[in-house]
Design a protein around this ligand. Structure first.
Ligand code: OOG
Ligand code: MG
Length: 229
């Protein structure tokens, strides 16, 4: 796993060297539905670059993707940077991350994998930047706010294909801060101001196909939808 995160960091450095900019981390496998779909059982972290952010009002292009899937997420935003301190514990760091979050939104992540049919081990997928390809963020809402137990609907072409609640994320989306703190202490992810933090999919992912309209509804949030070119 250490090698896998070192490979991921090296791939980030080479993308930055070719002009992309790191903006924040993403978590994966924070829900049972994703763990079961992919046959793994541990939370993983990957990186997001500014170039991976896709505006919801533009059709998604499948060009350059291999065999993409899409999944519904929550996204937190850091209002201020979080710097690691020498005496940080997972508890102290988790608290500072949580206190630095100033907004939350519904999101969707487009995942894609260099491994055929997404068949990988946990270290394979970490080295492949946790299948991160693109992501979409809905309208930011004030944070803190209650995030437990909110119904979630994931629709393709206006048909509900998955249903869930926000508790799919680790039983309570706030536990994301604990997981991110633990992983940051271990692997040194950076947490700059305005960082989006993808909390992990709340349902299984679905294949993305041209012409689709994909929508995520989370109670209490504006719906988020995107079309596929
Ligand atoms: C890995 C990415 C997992 C999530 O939200 O659980 C992930 C994959 O499923 O290929 O992003
Ligand atoms: Mg995801």
């Amino acid at each position: 796993m250490d090698d896998a995160y070192a490979i991921q960091a090296r791939n980030l450095r080479s993308r930055v060297a070719s002009g992309e900019s790191y903006i924040g981390p993403k978590l994966g496998f924070t829900s049972k539905s994703k763990m079961e779909q992919m046959g793994v059982s541990d939370v993983i972290v990957g990186f997001l670059t500014a170039e991976m952010k896709h505006p919801a009002d533009r059709p998604l292009s499948l060009a350059g993707l291999i065999h993409p899937r899409i999944e519904p997420e929550l996204v937190f935003r850091l209002g201020q940077p979080v710097e690691l301190r020498a005496d940080d514990t997972p508890e102290s760091l988790s608290l500072r991350i949580r206190e630095s979050v100033d907004a939350v939104a519904v999101g969707m992540e487009v995942i894609d994998s260099r491994y055929r049919n997404f068949k990988f081990s946990l270290s394979d997928v970490v080295a492949d930047n946790t299948s991160a390809a693109e992501f979409i963020v809905g309208e930011w809402q004030d944070f803190p706010r209650e995030l437990r137990g909110l119904p979630v609907e994931f629709l393709i072409n206006d048909e509900p294909v998955e249903g869930s609640t926000t508790d799919a994320i680790l039983g309570d989306p706030f536990i994301v801060f604990d997981q991110l703190a633990t992983m940051t202490l271990r692997y040194g992810f950076e947490l700059p101001a305005d960082a989006p933090i993808l909390a992990g999919a709340m349902t299984a992912a679905h294949w993305l196909e041209s012409g689709q309209r994909v929508e995520t509804r989370v109670e209490g949030f504006p719906a988020l939808s995107v079309t596929v070119a």
